[in-house]
Design a protein. Structure first.
Length: 294
């Protein structure tokens, strides 16, 4: 709806400029003003929209110059003027579109982890803090998950950093495929990932954990990557803590799972700051059990 409104207003503006051009004759040119709606359409809608509006403008310019305006000394002049205007405006559309794409890439690099495509640590803390405050305000549950890749250092040492990078990318893809658009996923650094699941109670968290575990293990098995996962999760029924406290709780729970033998999920549930339930389960070991832990 917003796009349609922008394109409609831009088209009406171009037609209005064309009418004013017709009324004023050859002595006052409004060519430069056409650039405003063309720029708005190409920046806020698409490059193609800018080109379409440029074509509409070109028709108006040509009709004004060729049939409704001043008689030029040579019949080629209207065509020359039209060609120059199209070239100049077309170049501007290309430059503005390239600038928009560059800014988009820079923004993505500033907020995402280049290797996995998930959020980076800084953006995760900013976005998740806002989401937690919203859950507090409306008294909605929230689940935080912390994941550590077991034997990641061994994989790097044995197979090289390229294999390690592939593993991180596989984990990032698996997490994105098994979460909602509103869920927040981040690589916290090294081989650790964190997730925030807004408005997710204990049962919902268990379902997500099951999907994630199946996807992670299936992905690393298909790539023949000798790793497992230690996962800690905490569900707050009525969150009252700060975000850094919540994610620290999930981190601590993950390390408990790691210390108790790795390849485990530990999921705790809190009401306020009081633990009221805890579950733990081992994950099916699909990789070499003799693999040296790290």
């Amino acid at each position: 709806m917003k796009i349609v409104l922008i394109l409609t207003l831009c088209t009406i503006t171009i037609l209005a400029f064309g009418y004013v051009d017709l009324l004023t004759g050859p002595f006052f040119h409004f060519t430069i003003f056409y650039l405003v709606p063309i720029y708005i359409a190409s920046w806020y809608v698409s490059k193609r929209s800018g080109v379409v509006l440029l074509a509409i403008s070109a028709v108006i310019w040509f009709l004004n110059d060729r049939f409704f305006s001043y008689s030029y000394a040579h019949p080629v002049i209207p065509y020359w003027n039209l060609t120059l205007r199209i070239l100049i405006f077309g170049t501007f559309i290309n430059i503005s579109s390239s600038l928009k794409e560059t800014l988009g890439r820079e923004k993505a690099l500033a907020t995402t982890d280049y290797l996995t495509g998930v959020l980076n640590r800084r953006q995760f803390f900013e976005s998740a803090s806002r989401e937690l405050e919203r859950c507090k305000r409306y008294k909605r549950p929230v689940t935080a998950i912390y994941i550590d890749i077991d034997n990641f250092k061994s994989t790097n040492d044995m197979h090289g950093h390229k294999k390690g990078d592939e593993l991180l990318s596989v984990v990032g893809n698996a997490l994105r495929k098994n979460t909602r658009a509103i869920d927040l996923i981040a690589r916290m650094g090294g081989d650790e990932f964190a997730l925030i699941l807004p408005e997710t109670d204990y049962g919902g968290g268990e379902i997500v954990l099951g999907r994630i575990c199946d996807s992670l293990q299936g992905a690393v098995q298909s790539k023949n990557l000798p790793v497992t996962f230690s996962i800690g999760a905490v569900t707050c029924i009525q969150p009252s803590c700060a975000f850094d406290t919540l994610i620290a709780m999930a981190d601590i729970i993950m390390y408990r799972a790691k210390k108790e033998g790795k390849n485990k999920i530990k999921h705790e549930i809190f009401s306020g700051d009081m633990q009221i339930h805890e579950t733990q389960k081992d994950l099916p070991l699909r990789n070499d059990p003799k693999q040296k832990p790290s």
